[in-house]
Design a protein around this ligand. Structure first.
Ligand SMILES: Cc1cc2nc3c(=O)[nH]c(=O)nc-3n(C[C@H](O)[C@H](O)[C@H](O)COP(=O)(O)OP(=O)(O)OC[C@H]3O[C@@H](n4cnc5c(N)ncnc54)[C@H](O)[C@@H]3O)c2cc1C
Length: 409
């Protein structure tokens, strides 16, 4: 077992899971979390859903009670930005100049929301990543009737659904012709857009903002590329994140395609691991390098790294999984599609109870389900089995997928 001091940079889902995972795996050395966030680790997915709508209290959003860290011998340093360091010297530097040494380093720095060129930094323009962002948007929503969402990705869509449920007028402006087409395929993107339209959201695709109209400290309206002008009370920018790679780059770790290159066991260099949104992980089952920006993946990575550090280096093979709840629509996704896949539909598209399988060379790489949890789970088993499946059997609701997955290849 490795002893000594493990330093974790990042107090998000991945960093927190790594710290508690180390103790669960019997690690008895020092554990230090350095987090730039002033708040102790919290459940980020709540920030666009239940917490934003005021349905749950702040205390429910934190991942642990305040004293759980000291009880588990985890030193949690909040509001501490790591600014530099050296792998050879086994040390990090904090803003302000303090240095801290490590034996093992776990980097879980997540991502920062992108900003658009020309978008004013006005009092009613928000991005959503942190607890404090969510608190600020929640307060601002109270006094807003018209909400403009820039970007129809998951953050925009979830905030849109939350704002609609509070009776706000919601306008979603998306530059791409079909939302989420790159991630989920055009047909699924169309279904997704229609769900929002049917709930009264104005979804304008293939559209961009051409001018921001200010009134004092606020953005009061926008001109759009379709020639229209809209008045707004609140603007939420949801155009993705840039992974926080400053520290991996300073440390000289290999980066590619927006992530830190790690092996099947999430290791970037001897005694250095990466987890969560920044990790470009070579997945042992799917056989490709992938960077996934989802909560369960971040937590799973943290747990996987903890096992490797506390016990022995091992591949991390849990399939990527995410969910998104919008209105009464529950979306789940397992695996990772490569973008050029064959799609097989199963179930009732119009009744919003269906699954879509993404196949590559006859193998299932991913399964997306809308209000169809059992197919999603069985689809996960089929992905894991890496066996060729007949597309007609997948599409046939009479075929029992659980049984299909259990038949030897
Ligand atoms: C509003 C919202 C809703 C979401 N909903 C869902 C959902 O429904 N389902 C889903 O699957 N996923 C969802 N996600 C995505 C999911 O939350 C992320 O994939 C996940 O949080 C990534 O975890 P992470 O630990 O890699 O990074 P983060 O959670 O971003 O944590 C990174 C941490 O590193 C710290 N940090 C960064 N740089 C430094 C530095 N130099 N020094 C010190 N500390 C630093 C940050 O302060 C932060 O504490 C959502 C995300 C958001 C923002």
């Amino acid at each position: 077992m490795t002893a000594g001091r493990v330093v974790i940079v990042g107090g998000g889902g991945a960093g927190d899971a790594a710290a508690f995972g180390l103790r669960k795996n019997g690690f008895d050395g020092e554990i230090v979390i350095l987090s730039a966030d002033p708040d102790r680790p919290y459940d980020r997915p709540y920030l666009s859903k239940e917490f934003l709508r005021g349905e749950i209290e702040l205390s429910k959003v934190y991942l642990h009670e305040e004293d759980a860290y000291s009880k588990n011998g985890i030193e949690l340093h909040l509001g501490q930005q790591v600014t530099g360091g050296s792998l050879a010297g086994r040390r990090l530097t904090l803003a302000g100049g303090t240095e801290i040494g490590f034996d093992t380093l776990i980097l879980a720095t997540g991502g920062s929301p992108r900003w658009l060129p020309g978008l004013p930094h006005a009092g009613n323009v928000f991005t959503l990543r942190s607890l404090r962002d969510s608190q600020a948007i929640r307060d601002a929503l109270q006094a807003s009737a018209r909400v403009l969402l820039i970007g129809a990705g998951f953050i925009g869509a979830e905030v849109g659904a939350s704002a609609r449920s509070q009776g706000k007028d919601v306008l979603m402006v998306e530059a791409a012709p079909v939302p989420l087409a790159r991630a989920l395929g055009e047909e699924v993107g169309q279904v997704y857009a229609s769900i929002h339209r049917s709930r009264g959201v104005a979804v304008r695709t293939g559209t961009t903002v051409t001018e921001w109209h200010r009134s004092g400290e606020r953005v009061a309206g926008v001109s759009l590329s379709d020639g229209s002008r809209e008045e707004v009370d609140l603007v939420l920018l949801g155009v993705g994140i840039d992974p926080n790679l400053q520290i991996p780059i300073v440390l000289g770790l290999p980066t590619e395609a927006g992530g830190v290159v790690v092996d099947e066991g999430l290791r970037a260099a001897e005694g250095v691991y990466c987890a969560g949104d920044i990790a470009l992980h070579r997945h042992p089952i799917l056989g490709r390098a992938m960077r996934v920006e989802h909560w369960e993946v971040a937590k799973g990575h943290g747990g996987g790294v903890a096992g490797s550090v506390a016990r022995e280096h091992a591949p991390y093979s849990t399939l990527p999984y995410f969910w998104s709840d919008q209105y009464e629509v529950s979306l789940e996704y397992r695996g990772n599609a490569s973008g050029m896949d064959e799609l097989v539909w199963r179930g009732e598209r119009d009744a919003l109870r269906f699954s879509v399988f993404y196949l590559r060379d006859g193998l299932i790489d991913a399964v997306l389900s809308v209000n169809d949890a059992s197919t999603n789970k069985a689809g996960g088993a089929l992905i894991q089995s890496r066996r060729r499946v007949d597309a007609a059997a997948l599409a046939d609701p009479a075929v029992d997928l659980v049984q299909l997955a259990s038949v030897p290849a």
